[in-house]
Design a protein around this ligand. Structure first.
Ligand SMILES: Nc1ncnc2c1ncn2[C@@H]1O[C@H](COP(=O)(O)OP(=O)(O)OP(=O)(O)O)[C@@H](O)[C@H]1O
Ligand SMILES: [Mg+2]
Length: 462
Protein backbone atom coordinates (compact mmCIF):
# COMPACT_ATOMS: atom_id res chain seq x y z
CA UNK A 1 0.00 0.00 0.00
CA UNK A 2 1.40 3.40 -0.92
CA UNK A 3 1.39 6.10 1.72
CA UNK A 4 -0.71 9.25 1.26
CA UNK A 5 0.93 12.54 2.11
CA UNK A 6 -0.62 15.99 2.45
CA UNK A 7 1.70 18.95 1.76
CA UNK A 8 0.61 22.27 3.26
CA UNK A 9 2.71 25.23 2.09
CA UNK A 10 1.91 28.61 0.60
CA UNK A 11 5.10 28.80 -1.48
CA UNK A 12 3.95 27.49 -4.82
CA UNK A 13 7.42 26.83 -6.25
CA UNK A 14 8.61 25.01 -3.16
CA UNK A 15 5.37 22.99 -3.04
CA UNK A 16 5.82 21.96 -6.66
CA UNK A 17 9.37 20.82 -6.06
CA UNK A 18 8.36 18.82 -3.00
CA UNK A 19 5.39 17.19 -4.73
CA UNK A 20 7.49 16.14 -7.67
CA UNK A 21 10.12 14.59 -5.38
CA UNK A 22 7.46 12.73 -3.36
CA UNK A 23 5.67 11.43 -6.43
CA UNK A 24 8.95 10.15 -7.72
CA UNK A 25 9.45 8.20 -4.50
CA UNK A 26 6.11 6.55 -5.13
CA UNK A 27 3.96 8.39 -2.59
CA UNK A 28 0.46 9.70 -3.23
CA UNK A 29 0.37 13.44 -2.69
CA UNK A 30 -2.22 16.18 -2.20
CA UNK A 31 -1.53 19.84 -1.56
CA UNK A 32 -2.99 22.83 0.23
CA UNK A 33 -1.90 26.47 0.14
CA UNK A 34 -3.10 27.43 3.63
CA UNK A 35 -3.55 25.90 7.08
CA UNK A 36 -7.33 26.20 6.78
CA UNK A 37 -7.40 24.34 3.49
CA UNK A 38 -5.07 21.69 4.91
CA UNK A 39 -7.38 21.06 7.85
CA UNK A 40 -10.36 20.79 5.52
CA UNK A 41 -8.57 18.24 3.35
CA UNK A 42 -7.40 16.30 6.40
CA UNK A 43 -11.04 16.09 7.44
CA UNK A 44 -11.72 13.85 4.48
CA UNK A 45 -9.26 11.51 6.18
CA UNK A 46 -7.00 8.83 4.94
CA UNK A 47 -3.65 10.62 5.12
CA UNK A 48 -0.66 8.89 6.62
CA UNK A 49 1.40 12.02 6.94
CA UNK A 50 0.97 15.79 6.83
CA UNK A 51 3.97 17.96 5.91
CA UNK A 52 3.01 21.27 7.46
CA UNK A 53 4.71 24.62 6.82
CA UNK A 54 4.81 27.06 9.76
CA UNK A 55 4.79 30.54 8.28
CA UNK A 56 1.51 30.86 6.46
CA UNK A 57 -0.91 33.67 5.67
CA UNK A 58 -3.91 33.30 8.00
CA UNK A 59 -3.61 30.58 10.63
CA UNK A 60 -0.05 29.55 11.48
CA UNK A 61 1.13 26.00 10.94
CA UNK A 62 1.67 25.61 14.68
CA UNK A 63 -1.88 26.54 15.54
CA UNK A 64 -3.11 24.16 12.87
CA UNK A 65 -1.56 21.09 14.56
CA UNK A 66 -4.28 20.34 17.13
CA UNK A 67 -6.96 20.95 14.51
CA UNK A 68 -5.25 18.60 12.05
CA UNK A 69 -5.04 15.98 14.78
CA UNK A 70 -8.73 16.35 15.44
CA UNK A 71 -9.55 16.17 11.73
CA UNK A 72 -7.48 13.05 11.01
CA UNK A 73 -6.31 11.38 14.23
CA UNK A 74 -4.33 8.71 12.39
CA UNK A 75 -2.15 11.08 10.36
CA UNK A 76 1.30 11.96 11.68
CA UNK A 77 2.36 15.57 11.37
CA UNK A 78 5.85 16.67 10.40
CA UNK A 79 6.53 20.40 10.55
CA UNK A 80 8.74 22.27 8.09
CA UNK A 81 10.24 25.33 9.68
CA UNK A 82 12.84 27.93 8.78
CA UNK A 83 16.19 27.38 10.44
CA UNK A 84 15.93 30.77 12.11
CA UNK A 85 12.89 29.77 14.13
CA UNK A 86 13.91 26.66 16.03
CA UNK A 87 11.60 27.70 18.84
CA UNK A 88 8.59 27.10 16.68
CA UNK A 89 9.81 23.55 16.07
CA UNK A 90 9.88 22.89 19.79
CA UNK A 91 6.43 24.39 20.11
CA UNK A 92 5.21 22.18 17.25
CA UNK A 93 6.39 19.02 19.01
CA UNK A 94 4.67 20.16 22.18
CA UNK A 95 1.42 20.55 20.31
CA UNK A 96 1.59 17.03 18.95
CA UNK A 97 3.72 17.06 15.80
CA UNK A 98 5.73 13.87 15.39
CA UNK A 99 8.89 15.45 13.98
CA UNK A 100 10.19 18.52 12.17
CA UNK A 101 12.80 19.51 9.70
CA UNK A 102 14.32 22.87 9.05
CA UNK A 103 14.32 24.54 5.67
CA UNK A 104 16.34 24.33 3.55
CA UNK A 105 16.64 20.55 3.73
CA UNK A 106 18.01 17.92 1.41
CA UNK A 107 15.60 15.48 -0.17
CA UNK A 108 17.47 12.56 1.41
CA UNK A 109 17.01 14.09 4.82
CA UNK A 110 13.33 14.57 4.14
CA UNK A 111 12.94 11.01 2.96
CA UNK A 112 14.51 9.60 6.13
CA UNK A 113 12.10 11.57 8.30
CA UNK A 114 9.11 10.51 6.22
CA UNK A 115 10.04 6.83 6.20
CA UNK A 116 10.59 6.88 9.93
CA UNK A 117 7.17 8.39 10.53
CA UNK A 118 5.47 5.93 8.17
CA UNK A 119 7.22 2.94 9.73
CA UNK A 120 6.14 4.00 13.19
CA UNK A 121 2.61 4.39 11.93
CA UNK A 122 2.63 0.95 10.34
CA UNK A 123 3.78 -0.68 13.58
CA UNK A 124 1.23 1.27 15.57
CA UNK A 125 -1.66 0.12 13.44
CA UNK A 126 -0.40 -3.48 13.53
CA UNK A 127 -0.24 -3.47 17.30
CA UNK A 128 -3.62 -1.79 17.42
CA UNK A 129 -5.13 -4.51 15.27
CA UNK A 130 -3.64 -7.20 17.47
CA UNK A 131 -4.83 -5.47 20.58
CA UNK A 132 -8.40 -5.06 19.40
CA UNK A 133 -8.65 -8.68 18.34
CA UNK A 134 -7.24 -9.74 21.71
CA UNK A 135 -9.49 -7.38 23.60
CA UNK A 136 -12.52 -8.53 21.73
CA UNK A 137 -11.90 -12.24 22.07
CA UNK A 138 -8.88 -12.67 24.28
CA UNK A 139 -7.44 -16.07 25.09
CA UNK A 140 -10.96 -17.51 24.85
CA UNK A 141 -10.73 -17.24 21.07
CA UNK A 142 -8.35 -20.20 21.05
CA UNK A 143 -11.20 -22.46 22.13
CA UNK A 144 -13.01 -23.36 18.92
CA UNK A 145 -16.56 -24.64 18.97
CA UNK A 146 -20.10 -23.43 18.42
CA UNK A 147 -22.06 -26.16 20.16
CA UNK A 148 -24.12 -25.23 23.18
CA UNK A 149 -21.92 -27.50 25.26
CA UNK A 150 -18.79 -25.56 24.31
CA UNK A 151 -20.53 -22.22 24.81
CA UNK A 152 -21.25 -23.36 28.37
CA UNK A 153 -17.65 -24.48 28.82
CA UNK A 154 -16.36 -21.08 27.67
CA UNK A 155 -18.76 -19.35 30.04
CA UNK A 156 -17.51 -21.48 32.92
CA UNK A 157 -13.89 -20.84 31.98
CA UNK A 158 -14.45 -17.11 32.02
CA UNK A 159 -16.28 -17.16 35.32
CA UNK A 160 -13.92 -19.55 37.09
CA UNK A 161 -10.77 -17.83 35.83
CA UNK A 162 -11.52 -14.61 37.67
CA UNK A 163 -12.51 -16.35 40.91
CA UNK A 164 -9.08 -17.78 41.65
CA UNK A 165 -10.73 -21.02 42.81
CA UNK A 166 -9.05 -24.39 42.31
CA UNK A 167 -10.48 -26.26 39.32
CA UNK A 168 -10.98 -29.86 38.24
CA UNK A 169 -11.18 -30.46 34.49
CA UNK A 170 -12.51 -33.79 33.28
CA UNK A 171 -13.05 -35.26 29.86
CA UNK A 172 -11.90 -38.04 27.57
CA UNK A 173 -8.45 -37.98 26.08
CA UNK A 174 -8.03 -35.29 23.43
CA UNK A 175 -11.08 -33.22 24.39
CA UNK A 176 -9.00 -30.14 25.18
CA UNK A 177 -8.38 -30.28 28.93
CA UNK A 178 -4.92 -28.77 28.68
CA UNK A 179 -6.18 -26.04 26.36
CA UNK A 180 -8.86 -25.17 28.91
CA UNK A 181 -6.27 -25.11 31.70
CA UNK A 182 -4.07 -22.78 29.62
CA UNK A 183 -7.00 -20.49 29.00
CA UNK A 184 -8.01 -20.33 32.65
CA UNK A 185 -4.49 -19.34 33.61
CA UNK A 186 -4.29 -16.77 30.82
CA UNK A 187 -7.58 -15.16 31.84
CA UNK A 188 -6.80 -15.14 35.54
CA UNK A 189 -5.22 -12.39 37.60
CA UNK A 190 -2.21 -14.73 37.75
CA UNK A 191 -1.60 -14.59 34.00
CA UNK A 192 1.73 -12.84 34.39
CA UNK A 193 2.89 -15.44 36.92
CA UNK A 194 4.33 -18.86 36.05
CA UNK A 195 2.19 -21.74 34.81
CA UNK A 196 3.80 -25.00 35.84
CA UNK A 197 2.55 -28.29 34.41
CA UNK A 198 3.11 -31.71 35.86
CA UNK A 199 1.91 -34.94 34.31
CA UNK A 200 1.43 -37.24 37.28
CA UNK A 201 1.31 -40.32 35.04
CA UNK A 202 4.58 -39.57 33.28
CA UNK A 203 6.81 -39.32 36.35
CA UNK A 204 8.05 -42.50 38.03
CA UNK A 205 6.30 -43.02 41.34
CA UNK A 206 9.50 -42.84 43.40
CA UNK A 207 10.38 -39.42 41.98
CA UNK A 208 6.93 -37.88 42.07
CA UNK A 209 7.01 -36.81 45.70
CA UNK A 210 10.22 -34.83 45.43
CA UNK A 211 9.13 -33.45 42.04
CA UNK A 212 5.94 -32.08 43.57
CA UNK A 213 7.16 -30.98 46.96
CA UNK A 214 10.93 -30.58 46.49
CA UNK A 215 13.63 -32.01 48.72
CA UNK A 216 16.38 -30.92 51.07
CA UNK A 217 20.00 -31.67 50.38
CA UNK A 218 20.84 -35.16 51.63
CA UNK A 219 17.19 -36.23 51.99
CA UNK A 220 17.95 -39.40 50.00
CA UNK A 221 20.81 -40.85 47.99
CA UNK A 222 21.31 -38.63 45.00
CA UNK A 223 19.79 -35.54 46.62
CA UNK A 224 23.02 -33.61 46.34
CA UNK A 225 21.42 -30.20 46.58
CA UNK A 226 18.23 -28.69 47.91
CA UNK A 227 15.59 -28.51 45.21
CA UNK A 228 12.32 -26.67 45.12
CA UNK A 229 9.25 -28.63 44.09
CA UNK A 230 6.74 -27.72 41.39
CA UNK A 231 4.38 -26.04 43.86
CA UNK A 232 7.13 -23.68 44.93
CA UNK A 233 8.17 -23.08 41.32
CA UNK A 234 4.61 -22.03 40.51
CA UNK A 235 4.71 -19.33 43.21
CA UNK A 236 2.36 -16.49 42.26
CA UNK A 237 0.98 -18.44 39.31
CA UNK A 238 -0.88 -21.68 38.63
CA UNK A 239 -0.05 -25.36 38.56
CA UNK A 240 -1.64 -28.01 36.35
CA UNK A 241 -1.72 -31.44 37.95
CA UNK A 242 -2.42 -33.42 34.81
CA UNK A 243 -3.65 -37.03 34.96
CA UNK A 244 -4.44 -36.53 38.64
CA UNK A 245 -6.27 -39.88 38.58
CA UNK A 246 -2.88 -41.55 38.42
CA UNK A 247 -1.64 -39.96 41.62
CA UNK A 248 -0.38 -42.85 43.80
CA UNK A 249 -2.60 -43.46 46.84
CA UNK A 250 0.24 -43.04 49.33
CA UNK A 251 0.96 -39.49 48.12
CA UNK A 252 -2.65 -38.39 48.18
CA UNK A 253 -2.80 -37.39 51.87
CA UNK A 254 0.24 -35.18 51.47
CA UNK A 255 -1.25 -33.66 48.31
CA UNK A 256 -4.53 -33.00 50.11
CA UNK A 257 -2.65 -31.17 52.85
CA UNK A 258 -0.82 -29.11 50.25
CA UNK A 259 -4.05 -28.21 48.45
CA UNK A 260 -5.90 -27.34 51.64
CA UNK A 261 -3.22 -25.43 53.49
CA UNK A 262 -1.23 -24.13 50.52
CA UNK A 263 1.84 -25.42 52.24
CA UNK A 264 4.35 -28.08 51.29
CA UNK A 265 7.00 -29.94 53.18
CA UNK A 266 10.06 -30.70 51.13
CA UNK A 267 11.20 -34.31 51.35
CA UNK A 268 13.59 -34.43 54.32
CA UNK A 269 12.60 -30.91 55.30
CA UNK A 270 11.69 -29.88 58.80
CA UNK A 271 9.45 -26.88 58.32
CA UNK A 272 6.65 -26.32 55.85
CA UNK A 273 6.97 -23.82 53.00
CA UNK A 274 3.95 -21.69 52.15
CA UNK A 275 2.98 -21.12 48.54
CA UNK A 276 0.44 -18.99 46.71
CA UNK A 277 -0.61 -21.06 43.73
CA UNK A 278 -3.90 -21.82 42.00
CA UNK A 279 -4.33 -25.55 41.51
CA UNK A 280 -5.86 -26.88 38.31
CA UNK A 281 -6.25 -30.66 38.15
CA UNK A 282 -7.17 -32.63 35.05
CA UNK A 283 -8.01 -36.24 34.33
CA UNK A 284 -9.57 -38.43 31.69
CA UNK A 285 -10.55 -41.00 34.30
CA UNK A 286 -13.81 -41.27 36.14
CA UNK A 287 -12.62 -40.14 39.56
CA UNK A 288 -15.85 -41.12 41.25
CA UNK A 289 -15.36 -44.64 40.02
CA UNK A 290 -11.80 -44.59 41.32
CA UNK A 291 -13.04 -43.36 44.68
CA UNK A 292 -15.47 -46.30 44.81
CA UNK A 293 -12.65 -48.63 43.83
CA UNK A 294 -10.55 -47.19 46.67
CA UNK A 295 -7.84 -46.03 44.25
CA UNK A 296 -8.55 -42.38 44.93
CA UNK A 297 -9.25 -40.78 48.29
CA UNK A 298 -12.73 -39.36 48.66
CA UNK A 299 -11.53 -36.34 50.68
CA UNK A 300 -9.06 -35.34 47.97
CA UNK A 301 -11.70 -35.83 45.27
CA UNK A 302 -14.18 -33.55 47.04
CA UNK A 303 -11.52 -30.94 47.71
CA UNK A 304 -10.47 -30.85 44.04
CA UNK A 305 -13.99 -30.97 42.69
CA UNK A 306 -15.05 -27.52 43.94
CA UNK A 307 -15.19 -25.84 40.54
CA UNK A 308 -15.58 -28.55 37.91
CA UNK A 309 -15.46 -28.25 34.15
CA UNK A 310 -16.41 -31.24 32.06
CA UNK A 311 -15.52 -31.46 28.39
CA UNK A 312 -17.98 -33.61 26.45
CA UNK A 313 -16.53 -35.97 23.84
CA UNK A 314 -16.58 -34.72 20.26
CA UNK A 315 -19.19 -37.30 19.19
CA UNK A 316 -21.65 -35.61 21.57
CA UNK A 317 -21.12 -32.22 19.92
CA UNK A 318 -20.86 -33.01 16.24
CA UNK A 319 -21.71 -29.39 15.35
CA UNK A 320 -18.14 -28.55 16.38
CA UNK A 321 -16.48 -30.92 13.91
CA UNK A 322 -16.82 -28.64 10.88
CA UNK A 323 -15.47 -25.47 12.55
CA UNK A 324 -12.65 -27.37 14.18
CA UNK A 325 -11.78 -28.95 10.83
CA UNK A 326 -11.76 -25.54 9.12
CA UNK A 327 -9.52 -24.18 11.85
CA UNK A 328 -7.02 -27.05 11.57
CA UNK A 329 -7.07 -27.01 7.75
CA UNK A 330 -6.27 -23.33 7.79
CA UNK A 331 -3.23 -23.82 9.99
CA UNK A 332 -2.05 -26.94 8.15
CA UNK A 333 -2.33 -25.04 4.85
CA UNK A 334 -0.39 -22.11 6.25
CA UNK A 335 2.30 -24.43 7.61
CA UNK A 336 2.62 -26.12 4.23
CA UNK A 337 3.21 -22.64 2.88
CA UNK A 338 0.02 -22.00 0.98
CA UNK A 339 -3.72 -21.51 1.03
CA UNK A 340 -5.93 -23.22 3.59
CA UNK A 341 -6.78 -26.75 2.51
CA UNK A 342 -10.41 -27.25 1.58
CA UNK A 343 -12.76 -30.17 2.12
CA UNK A 344 -14.55 -31.92 -0.70
CA UNK A 345 -18.28 -32.30 0.17
CA UNK A 346 -17.95 -36.06 0.56
CA UNK A 347 -15.02 -35.49 2.92
CA UNK A 348 -17.13 -33.21 5.11
CA UNK A 349 -19.66 -36.03 5.43
CA UNK A 350 -16.97 -38.50 6.49
CA UNK A 351 -15.79 -36.12 9.20
CA UNK A 352 -19.32 -35.58 10.42
CA UNK A 353 -20.16 -39.28 10.59
CA UNK A 354 -17.01 -40.44 12.37
CA UNK A 355 -17.15 -41.10 16.12
CA UNK A 356 -13.70 -39.66 16.97
CA UNK A 357 -12.79 -41.83 19.95
CA UNK A 358 -9.60 -39.75 20.22
CA UNK A 359 -11.67 -36.55 20.07
CA UNK A 360 -10.22 -33.22 18.92
CA UNK A 361 -6.66 -34.49 18.94
CA UNK A 362 -7.59 -37.38 16.64
CA UNK A 363 -9.45 -35.02 14.33
CA UNK A 364 -6.40 -32.75 14.09
CA UNK A 365 -4.01 -35.65 13.54
CA UNK A 366 -6.25 -37.25 10.93
CA UNK A 367 -6.45 -34.03 8.94
CA UNK A 368 -2.70 -33.64 9.25
CA UNK A 369 -2.15 -37.15 7.85
CA UNK A 370 -4.80 -36.74 5.15
CA UNK A 371 -3.08 -33.55 3.99
CA UNK A 372 -0.18 -35.71 2.85
CA UNK A 373 -2.42 -37.45 0.32
CA UNK A 374 -4.39 -34.38 -0.75
CA UNK A 375 -4.08 -33.14 -4.30
CA UNK A 376 -4.91 -29.65 -5.60
CA UNK A 377 -5.43 -28.25 -2.11
CA UNK A 378 -8.58 -30.27 -1.35
CA UNK A 379 -9.12 -33.28 0.89
CA UNK A 380 -11.33 -36.02 -0.51
CA UNK A 381 -13.24 -38.67 1.40
CA UNK A 382 -10.68 -41.17 0.18
CA UNK A 383 -7.77 -39.18 1.64
CA UNK A 384 -9.59 -39.10 4.95
CA UNK A 385 -10.45 -42.78 4.91
CA UNK A 386 -6.81 -43.58 4.31
CA UNK A 387 -5.72 -41.29 7.11
CA UNK A 388 -8.32 -42.70 9.48
CA UNK A 389 -7.24 -46.26 8.75
CA UNK A 390 -3.72 -45.35 9.54
CA UNK A 391 -4.57 -44.08 12.99
CA UNK A 392 -2.35 -45.39 15.75
CA UNK A 393 -5.19 -47.61 16.96
CA UNK A 394 -5.35 -49.48 13.70
CA UNK A 395 -1.63 -49.74 13.02
CA UNK A 396 -0.18 -53.21 12.43
CA UNK A 397 -0.05 -55.37 15.54
CA UNK A 398 3.36 -56.15 16.95
CA UNK A 399 4.56 -59.74 16.53
CA UNK A 400 4.46 -61.91 19.63
CA UNK A 401 7.51 -64.07 20.25
CA UNK A 402 6.93 -67.76 19.70
CA UNK A 403 7.87 -70.18 22.43
CA UNK A 404 11.45 -71.33 22.00
CA UNK A 405 12.23 -68.63 19.43
CA UNK A 406 15.87 -67.50 19.60
CA UNK A 407 16.19 -64.13 21.36
CA UNK A 408 17.94 -62.37 18.49
CA UNK A 409 15.22 -63.42 16.05
CA UNK A 410 12.42 -62.32 18.38
CA UNK A 411 14.08 -58.97 19.04
CA UNK A 412 14.60 -58.43 15.31
CA UNK A 413 10.98 -59.22 14.51
CA UNK A 414 9.82 -56.87 17.25
CA UNK A 415 12.07 -54.08 15.99
CA UNK A 416 10.76 -54.56 12.47
CA UNK A 417 7.18 -54.46 13.74
CA UNK A 418 7.81 -51.22 15.64
CA UNK A 419 9.31 -49.61 12.56
CA UNK A 420 6.39 -50.63 10.35
CA UNK A 421 4.00 -49.23 12.95
CA UNK A 422 5.85 -45.94 13.17
CA UNK A 423 5.96 -45.60 9.39
CA UNK A 424 2.24 -46.21 9.20
CA UNK A 425 1.54 -43.67 11.93
CA UNK A 426 3.73 -41.16 10.16
CA UNK A 427 1.96 -41.71 6.86
CA UNK A 428 5.23 -42.92 5.35
CA UNK A 429 7.19 -39.79 6.22
CA UNK A 430 10.54 -41.16 7.36
CA UNK A 431 11.71 -38.17 9.41
CA UNK A 432 8.39 -38.27 11.29
CA UNK A 433 8.67 -42.02 11.86
CA UNK A 434 12.22 -41.56 13.17
CA UNK A 435 10.92 -38.95 15.61
CA UNK A 436 8.22 -41.34 16.82
CA UNK A 437 10.85 -44.00 17.40
CA UNK A 438 13.25 -41.60 19.06
CA UNK A 439 16.06 -42.35 16.61
CA UNK A 440 17.80 -40.29 13.93
CA UNK A 441 16.59 -40.38 10.32
CA UNK A 442 19.90 -41.91 9.32
CA UNK A 443 19.53 -44.62 11.94
CA UNK A 444 16.03 -45.36 10.65
CA UNK A 445 17.31 -45.56 7.09
CA UNK A 446 19.94 -48.12 8.19
CA UNK A 447 17.26 -50.18 9.91
CA UNK A 448 15.04 -50.07 6.82
CA UNK A 449 17.93 -51.52 4.83
CA UNK A 450 18.61 -54.12 7.48
CA UNK A 451 15.02 -55.35 7.50
CA UNK A 452 14.55 -54.93 3.77
CA UNK A 453 11.63 -52.55 4.37
CA UNK A 454 10.15 -50.17 1.83
CA UNK A 455 8.15 -47.32 3.44
CA UNK A 456 5.65 -47.30 0.57
CA UNK A 457 4.98 -51.01 0.92
CA UNK A 458 4.45 -50.58 4.66
CA UNK A 459 1.61 -48.19 3.88
CA UNK A 460 0.01 -50.44 1.32
CA UNK A 461 0.09 -53.41 3.68
CA UNK A 462 -2.60 -51.77 5.79
N1 LIG B 1 -12.05 -26.66 21.34
C1 LIG B 1 -10.82 -26.70 20.80
N2 LIG B 1 -10.43 -25.74 19.95
C2 LIG B 1 -9.20 -25.78 19.39
N3 LIG B 1 -8.31 -26.72 19.61
C3 LIG B 1 -8.63 -27.71 20.46
C4 LIG B 1 -9.90 -27.75 21.09
N4 LIG B 1 -9.94 -28.83 21.89
C5 LIG B 1 -8.76 -29.45 21.74
N5 LIG B 1 -7.96 -28.78 20.89
C6 LIG B 1 -6.61 -29.18 20.46
O1 LIG B 1 -6.56 -30.60 20.44
C7 LIG B 1 -5.34 -31.07 20.98
C8 LIG B 1 -5.62 -31.93 22.20
O2 LIG B 1 -6.09 -31.12 23.25
P1 LIG B 1 -5.53 -31.25 24.74
O3 LIG B 1 -4.11 -31.62 24.76
O4 LIG B 1 -5.92 -30.01 25.48
O5 LIG B 1 -6.41 -32.49 25.21
P2 LIG B 1 -6.45 -33.25 26.60
O6 LIG B 1 -7.87 -33.33 27.00
O7 LIG B 1 -5.49 -32.62 27.55
O8 LIG B 1 -5.96 -34.71 26.17
P3 LIG B 1 -5.23 -35.85 27.06
O9 LIG B 1 -6.23 -36.35 28.05
O10 LIG B 1 -4.89 -36.89 26.07
O11 LIG B 1 -4.05 -35.21 27.70
C9 LIG B 1 -4.52 -29.86 21.30
O12 LIG B 1 -3.68 -29.59 20.20
C10 LIG B 1 -5.55 -28.76 21.47
O13 LIG B 1 -5.01 -27.50 21.19
MG1 LIG C 1 -3.75 -33.40 28.42
Amino acid sequence: MTARILVVDDDKAFRGMLVEALLEKGFEVETAGSAEEGIRLAGSGGFDLVLQDVMLPGMSGIDAIPLLKAADPLADIVVMTAFSSKDSAVEALKRGAYDYFTKPFSLTEMEVVIRRALERRRLQSQVQALRTSLEREGPLSRIIGQSRAMARVKEMVERVAGLDADVLITGESGTGKELIADTIHALSPRASGPFVKLNCAAIPENLLESELFGHEKGAFTGATATRRGRFELAQGGSILLDEIGDMPLHLQPKLLRAVEQKQVERVGGAKPVTFDVRIIAATNQDLRERVEGKQFRADLYYRLNVAAIHLPPLRERREDVAVLAAFFLESIGRRLGGEPLSLAPDAARVLQANDWPGNVRQLANTLERAAIFATAGALSAKDLAQALQRGPDQAAALPRPEPGQPLRQAVNAFEKGLIVQALQQAGGVQTEAAKLLGITAKNLWNKLQKHGLDPEVCLQSL
